[in-house]
Design a protein. Structure first.
Lengths: 128, 105
């Protein structure tokens, strides 16, 4: 059974960089051509897609966050990562990693596929 | 694209049915998914392609619609069905609706 687990600091100071990892177990990046994503949920409950990356690279980001976001993959460690720079209190949220359903690369920059596996989520609070 | 769900809250008695709506501001064809989320948990994919149930999801959950109007119907609500439901379009970049909370009446 595929499992995703987020990890990283739960508290980040304003203007600093938020960094999270998502470790994937129960499957191998090398043999699994899937797209992986970061999604966050605000304290009010709204879900926001942050970005998506194919297992071999080539990320795509939510245009509203793109200037501050970097998503990368480390296939040797079976994980992918999120970095969000210049954070403010508005970035306080539960951050989820997830997998897009369906194997293989698509012709679209962002795969037209829902999210079938999710991590449990990790709360990140931005505060001094 | 803007995704609008209604109502925001639905009060239903166990055993009754519930109808949740999701509207897209422009056509997303059938690129529409429904998720269930319980407190402290991640969303769980229930339906994709507007009407295809994920393996293992009970038949009391059904989805319909295409283009801009979509519906999630739950028949014979059970205790474990009281949760928040989100629609999500994936025809463009992923975008979620604001959610409908189904609560016990």
């Amino acid at each position: 059974q595929l499992q995703l687990q987020e990890s990283g600091p739960g508290l980040v100071k304003p203007s600093e960089t938020l960094s999270l990892n998502c470790t994937v177990s129960g499957g191998s990046f090398i043999n699994s051509p899937y797209y992986w994503a970061w999604i966050r949920q605000s304290p009010a409950g709204g879900l926001e897609w942050i970005g998506t990356i194919f297992y071999s690279g080539a990320p795509n980001y939510n245009p509203s966050l793109e200037p501050r976001v970097t998503i990368s993959v480390d296939t040797s460690k079976n994980l992918f990562s999120l970095r969000l720079s210049s954070v403010t209190a508005a970035d306080t949220a539960v951050y989820f990693c997830a997998r897009h359903a369906g194997r293989g690369m698509t012709t679209f920059a962002v795969p037209q596929r829902p999210f079938d596996y999710w991590g449990q989520g990790t709360l990140v609070t931005v505060s001094s | 694209i803007v995704m609008t769900q209604s109502p925001a809250t639905l009060s239903v008695s166990p055993g009754e049915g519930a109808t949740l709506s999701c509207r897209a501001s422009q056509s997303v064809s059938k690129n529409l998914a429904w998720y269930q989320q319980k407190p402290g948990q991640a969303p769980r994919l229930l339906i994709f392609g507007a009407s295809t149930r994920v393996t293992g999801i009970p038949a009391r959950f059904s989805g319909s619609g295409s283009g801009t109007e979509f519906t999630l119907t739950i028949t014979g609500l059970q205790s474990e069905d009281f949760a928040v439901y989100y629609c999500q379009q994936y025809g463009d970049w992923p975008l979620f609706g604001g959610g409908t909370k189904v609560e016990i009446k």
